[in-house]
Design a protein around this ligand. Sequence first.
Ligand SMILES: N[C@@H](CCC(=O)N[C@@H](CS)C(=O)NCC(=O)O)C(=O)O
Length: 343
Amino acid sequence: MSPFQTPSLLLFTYPESVVGRRLDWYLTLRRIPYVHCEVDNKMPRPVLERLGVHYRRIPVLAVGRDLYCDSRCIIQTMEDLYPKTQRLGADPKQRPFDAGIQKLLENWAFEGGVFMKTAMLISPDAKLVQDPSWLEDRYQLSGFRFSKEAMEQIRPDALAAARMHLDIVENMLLGDGREWISGGEEPGLADVHVGWPFDWMLRDPEKMGMKHAYPELLNEQKYPKMFAWIDRLNRFMEEKRKEQGELKMLSSDEAVKLIENSSLFEHEELDIVEWDPTGLKKGAEVDLFATDVPNGFQNRDTGELIGLTAGRVTVKAKTKDGIDVRIHYPRINIKIAPSTTGL
Ligand SMILES: N[C@@H](CCC(=O)N[C@@H](CS)C(=O)NCC(=O)O)C(=O)O
């Protein structure tokens, strides 16, 4: 646990970000106070650059001068370290099997194809798809052009995959009639892990939703439990948000100032494994970059290696004003390389 008083939490996200919304759900369910700093839905993101962060995905969470990239890294860290409210998921020391299943559900949503296949179903009439600069940005990231022609080509496969994913939720995860996938009285971690891509499918067109575009598949008669679950989840979240008060929004200047004047959240000395497959040791100068997109190497964070475990890697960096920050990445889909290799 942090030896310090917990510094403020600041979530960098944008309204259309479905993974950002997953974080809103998580923090709200845990009743953790936090604020938003809205960034653009495409690069560049000057506020993150000012903080020394080159990671190009959203969300990023700052807890004081500890900056966390990737929702999985953020949620795991908050589960393990945020001291003030009860964790949302199963404690692996007390309920290891349940904790393992929750992890697998999270991996299913990201690595099992649910996220990618849903992205391939973005509706051709979605607002962002009409914006050439957004299309170019996503081409730079993914090597895929979200053009009408390209989307048409991949659509049958993406719909077939979505149908399999919907069947798993409808007939298996919710098949016994439970209200929440996690099985409790309120939504739990399993709902946060699985809900967000399905919520995305069912959103209104102006929120990047796709229900209107695929009425044969995204149809309440076919998936009544899934539709009811997403509706329940949204109503629950709205209720909790009302109870906890409207989210405050910080400007970029306010965000940078808040972070630069904060303490660290975690201990000064971070865990570092004695042996790691990379062969890297504490103090090495390293590059961190994403391997799940073709151009991931273009956006790298470089710094002194100060934390390394099976699940997380941390480097020391500086803000543009020269203030020390720490940047944490997950290990999944991330390459850690000595920064001199220029890989
Ligand atoms: N594995 C990442 C995935 C994050 C992700 O892909 N987020 C989308 C937004 S929902 C994104 O960053 N898209 C590209 C961008 O906004 O630059 C996580 O769990 O945070």
